[in-house]
Design a protein around this ligand. Structure first.
Ligand SMILES: [Zn+2]
Ligand SMILES: [Zn+2]
Length: 181
């Protein structure tokens, strides 16, 4: 997502150019289509990139562990600082701000890194494939979104019938002994 801004750097402060974005970017370990519009605004120090971009990333549901596409909205607003003077080609000192974005020596800005950083900020910590995801059965691991498993009926009934059999058997022994007296 590289945009040459050499012409815009020569224009007066406040000049705006709008870019339609529609590119594949490596986001959160996978390739994602990023779409939207970004305005590039000439500032007194460089170029401000501002706009809303939309993409989707593959994430794992924190309840049922299935992979699903999570839509993301990225409200980008980043100023890019020139490293080379567009007229004299002299190297320019970088601003003090740590981690600021720069315009390279060919007067190109690359939005991909900003997109990656903004995406990481909005990917949910505990993604859910849907609001009412039923999760996995803690016993057999069945995905309960695909319907109930057999655990409830298999689990509870045999246990009850086993203990009731034991009670009946011991009662029978007691009764037998009583009858023998
Ligand atoms: Zn889920
Ligand atoms: Zn189960």
């Amino acid at each position: 997502m590289r945009i040459n801004v050499s012409q815009q750097l020569k224009t007066s402060i406040g000049t705006i150019r709008n870019y339609e974005v529609g590119e594949i970017v490596n986001v959160a370990g996978g390739k994602s289509m990023v779409q939207g519009e970004v305005g590039l605004i000439r500032t007194d120090r460089g170029i401000l990139a501002k706009g809303t971009l939309y993409t989707e990333v593959e994430v794992t549901c924190s309840r049922c562990l299935s992979l699903f596409s999570c839509p993301l909205t990225l409200n980008i607003e980043e100023e890019y600082f020139p490293t080379t003077d567009v007229v004299s080609s002299a190297s320019l000192p970088l601003p003090e701000e740590p981690g600021c974005f720069t315009i390279d020596e060919h007067h190109v800005i690359d939005l991909a890194e900003a997109i990656r950083q903004y995406a990481l900020l909005v990917i949910p910590m505990k993604p859910l494939c849907r609001g009412d995801c039923a999760g996995l059965c803690p016993n057999c691991g069945h995905n309960l979104n695909q319907g109930p498993c057999d655990c409830l009926s298999q689990e509870i009934e045999p246990r009850w019938s086993e203990s009731s059999k034991l009670t009946l058997a011991s009662d029978a022994v007691v009764n037998k002994q009583k009858g023998m007296e």
